[in-house]
Each structure stands twice: as C-alpha cells, then as structure tokens.
Design a protein around this ligand. Structure first.
Ligand code: SF4
Length: 437
C-alpha cells in the first residue's frame, strides 16, 4: 500500500493547442459541464532566464528546456517589445508558453493576442478591477487559463485591513506566520471573486514564499479552501546547491500529502536544472512515469579501487543522451554491495582492482579494465535497450543469482592509480594509502 496520500481532487484546466500539444493540470472533479476528469500527471514548469525580446536566444532556450523535459515554459513580458516578440517565438517552439505579467495589464492582453497559452497574473501588482476583468474576458474568449500567483514578496506591503483579514488573523493567531497566511488567503478570495463574477473558472493558484515552511503552510491552507489546481514553488530559492534542498523539502512534502498539480523549482542557475530536478522529484515520488534511465551509484568509501566519482558523472551524461527507456543502471564501487545492486538493476557494473565486472539482468557479460568500463557499459545498455524494444526481454526481470567473485588479490593498487591520475605523477610514484584521496 502506498504511503502517499491520494491526489487532492481539483477542477482541471487545459493549456496548449494542436501544434504544441495539450497539458492538463489537476483534475478529479467534474468539469463545469459535468464531464468527469481524472487527475493529470503532475507537470513540470520552468521559466526562461534571457530576454524575451531577444527572439533567437529565447527560442533556443525554450527548445533546450523542452528537450530537458519541461511540460510548460513561462517567459517574462515586462515590455511591449517582449509581447511583440511572442508572435515570432510561439510558432518556433513545441511547448505551451505562459506569459508572466506584472504591473501592466496591457502586457496580458498583448500576450493573449500573440497566441500565448496561459497568463500568470499577480494580485499584488495588477489589482484594478476593470483591468483584471479585461484580462479575464480576453482569456475567456480564447479559452486560456490564468494562474493567480500571490507571492509573499509582492503582497506583504498590502495596507488595507478588512473584516475577513481580521477573522483569518484570529484563526491563525497561534501561528507565527498567521498574518502572512491571512493576507494571502484574503487576497486570493477577494481576487477570485472577480473571476467568479465573470463566470471564469480556468484558474490555477500559487502562493510562493522563499521560506519552505511558509510554502508548506500556505499551500496546505489554500488546498482546504479552494478547489483549483495548485502550482507549487519556493520562490527565490537561491542557487541550485541550497535551493534544491529548500524546494524538495517543501514541494516533496506537499506532493506526498496529495497537494500540488504542477511544479516549478526555481534556481539562480541554468533553468535546465530546474526541469531535471523537478522531474527527478516526481519520479522519486512515483508521481510520473520515468523517462530515460535510472542511475544508482554507490557513494564510494575506503574500499574503492577505481575513479568511481568521475565514472558516475560520465555514465550519467551517457545515459541522458543515449538511453530513452527507464533502464535501471547500477554503478557500484566494490563487491560488498555490488552483487546485490547488480541483481536489482537491469544493467550493472561493480568495480574491482581497476576493473569493472558488467552484468545484464544478473548475468555476467564482461570483465573489463577501468578505461573500458564506460564504453562497454554503454554498449551493453544500448544492446539491452534494443532487446527490450524488440520484446525479447522485459525491464526489471532478474535472470540469475549473482555469484560474487573472490575478492582475494583484487585489492591494493587502485588508490595509487587514482592519485597518480589526479596529481599527474608518474605511475608507481604516488604515496597514497586506502582511505586518502
Ligand atoms: S559499494 Fe563498495 S565501494 Fe561503494 S560504498 Fe559500498 S562498500 Fe564502499
């Protein structure tokens, strides 16, 4: 039995067109016309980092993010030259595009006119009722969804004190983030009333913060009060190295509790990492069917006798470019855990003394010197992929029990070779013992 909570049912929205394809977000509740919907797979979004008006670069970035697996790509449109550019960008890409609109409602209208697939509005900076209605009507005419994103940073300055805010403030009075949560929910209720009055329900909600606990609390509370799909994110999460932890803690916890329909991990880094890490999180939670190989690798320890850390990076790159099936590949440092992992993986290598023993579904197929591990492993992965595709074998089938090789005589010289390679010293001159590197 899964320990994950079932997905929270929501009112599904759809974005895209026949050319770029359609992405559904949320589901589980009937459509407005009563048609039942099933929850769509959690989608991965990201955002370009370059200027939208720089058309060729923007197209190249969008295509790179699409190739990495992004389901939806958002672009900033601060100026009219950006929305003008969208007219040329959209026909050149193969993914639904979202226009991220702040301050100027005209940018939303121009983006709709340019053929964008969804609009993101920020209630913190587009809150003139007539302007919001104009955007709603433009989207309604083209059947485009709107994300309402109440980011902590853009609503915190709100000055007005309303009855509802006071009520919620009391409700959250035991919570140190209560006031912020109350503002977020009050703002959402007030803003969404405009949408409901216009009979507009193709809505996605986000409530991002830079603080992971605030994100957890905000989305948990919002999920109890609204039935629109939720776009999860930790905003301004920082560089990948720390932003990854903050994002995965918050988003992973929400998703494990059934909350969240689309995600964006945001890094101060190449947006491809946002896509890769978002997908890996969804694969790890079994919320998406894995595309491409799954890599298992040991962390290495004082028993290692090959340069496994470099090897793992090379294998990762090789699998990303050459393997399309979800083949499980294990790269293990020694015979302590190697055989056990090799049995569980489709293709596995475990290292000995500057050698690698390669197994395919438990069957030993090669014993090669260290420098041949990578090409041989790739060859075996490709051969295995072809056999799966021809129907000869199935993924995850174990053929035989592995009998580990006798380790005696296999220990001793590997560390020295690794040290020589790193230091550029002559073979046999490095003074490194096991446990140092
Ligand atoms: S597989 Fe071997 S080398 Fe790798 S961590 Fe385990 S014991 Fe150490």
């Amino acid at each position: 039995m899964s320990i994950l909570h079932p997905r929270r049912p929501t009112r599904q929205v759809t974005l895209g067109d026949d050319r770029v394809g359609y992405v559904r977000i949320g589901g589980g509740l009937p459509n407005r016309d009563g048609t039942p919907t099933a929850p769509a797979p959690v989608s991965v979004q990201t955002m370009t980092t370059g200027y939208t008006y720089d058309i060729d670069k923007c197209v190249a970035e969008i295509n790179r993010l699409t190739a990495a697996g992004a389901d939806v790509v958002r672009v900033a449109v601060p100026e009219k030259k950006d929305t003008d550019a969208l007219k040329q960008i959209i026909p050149q890409v193969r993914v639904p595009i979202v226009a991220d609109v702040h301050f100027h409602f005209q940018r939303a209208l121009e983006a709709v006119e340019a053929g964008v697939h969804k609009i993101r509005l920020n209630p913190g900076n587009i809150n003139d009722r007539a302007q919001v209605i104009d955007v709603i009507q433009a989207c309604k005419a083209r059947k485009l969804p709107i994300r309402v994103g109440v980011n902590e940073g853009s609503i915190i300055e709100r000055k007005d004190k309303q009855r509802r805010l006071k009520e919620l403030g009391e409700f959250f009075s035991n919570n140190r983030r209560g006031y912020l949560l109350a503002i977020m929910i009050t703002k959402l209720e007030e803003y969404l009333d405009i949408f409901y009055e216009q009979d507009f329900y193709d809505i996605v909600i986000s409530a991002k913060s830079m603080d992971a606990v605030t994100v957890l609390e905000a989305y948990s509370e919002i999920s109890k009060r609204f039935d629109h799909p939720l776009h999860l994110g930790v905003t301004h999460a920082g560089p990948k190295e720390t932003g990854c932890i903050r994002s995965v803690v918050a988003l992973g916890s929400l998703l494990a509790n059934g909350v969240g329909d689309t995600i964006r991990i945001s890094y101060a880094s190449d947006a491809v990492y946002e896509v890769e890490d978002g997908l890996e999180m969804l694969y790890s939670l079994a919320l998406r069917e894995r595309k491409g190989a799954e890599l298992i690798a040991c962390p290495t320890c004082g028993r290692i006798q090959v340069d496994l850390i470099s090897l793992v990076q090379d294998v990762r790159k090789m699998l990303a470019t050459d393997i399309r099936l979800p083949i499980k590949v294990a790269v293990m440092g020694c015979i302590v855990n190697g055989p056990g992992e090799a049995e569980g993986a489709d293709v596995a290598v475990f290292a000995g003394d500057r050698r690698g023993i390669i197994y395919v579904q438990g069957e030993r197929v090669a014993n090669v010197p260290e420098e041949q591990i990578l090409p041989k492993l790739l060859e075996e992965c490709k051969k295995f992929q072809a056999r799966v595709e021809s129907g000869e074998v199935k993924l995850g089938e174990k053929k035989v029990e592995i009998i580990p090789p006798d380790p005696i005589g296999e220990l001793g010289s590997g560390w020295e070779a690794i040290a020589e390679k790193k230091r550029g010293t002559k073979p046999g001159t490095a003074q490194l013992t096991v446990g140092q590197s």
